[in-house]
Design a protein around this ligand. Structure first.
Ligand code: HEC
Length: 132
């Protein structure tokens, strides 16, 4: 009985440790866009449309007015911090990857799938205008 109890305790403990490690990897490892989304995504939208407004409403609190990742809420967030859209790292991502990351979100970055697809592509095009 004792041995059984101990093995149950050990199993639960191991599950907790594994869960915490997986969580950490999810929150802080490199963020890869969902390959299924990326394969099916193609940018056929021209221009930025109303993206500036969409950004002001939905993104500046975290990503900042100039997209540098320095919005008012950024200081309070634990790492990974909101991405700097002007950075070479973000600019090196393909359009479909940015589109899928914006759509799906991760951790503190909310998913924006509820925005029309055209609006999400315009967000991608807008981010491109910030390239240094
Ligand atoms: C509540 C804060 C918050 C809001 C609001 C927010 N983001 Fe983010 N964003 C983040 C965080 C945090 C990350 C980094 C996530 C990570 O690396 O796991 C991020 C990452 C990104 C990235 C990833 C870049 C890359 O190459 O990995 C893009 C693109 C992005 N955000 C676009 C947007 C857009 C567009 C909006 C508005 C429609 C928006 N975000 C709103 C917090 C936010």
């Amino acid at each position: 009985m004792r041995a059984l109890l101990r093995s149950v305790v050990v199993t639960v403990f191991m599950a907790l440790v594994a869960g915490a490690a997986a969580n950490l990897a999810w929150a802080q490892g490199e963020w890869k866009a969902d390959p299924k989304c990326v394969t099916g995504a193609k940018n056929s939208v021209k221009g930025v449309g109303g993206a500036k407004k969409t950004v002001e409403t939905n993104c500046v609190t975290c990503h900042g007015a100039s997209g540098k990742g320095d919005g008012a809420a950024a200081a309070a967030l634990p790492p990974p911090k909101p991405a700097d859209w002007t950075s070479p790292k973000v600019q090196a991502e393909s359009d479909p990857v940015l589109f899928c990351k914006i759509s799906d979100g991760r951790g503190a970055m909310p998913p924006w799938k509820h925005l029309p697809e055209k609006d999400r592509w315009e967000l991608v095009n807008y981010i491109r205008t910030l390239k240094k």
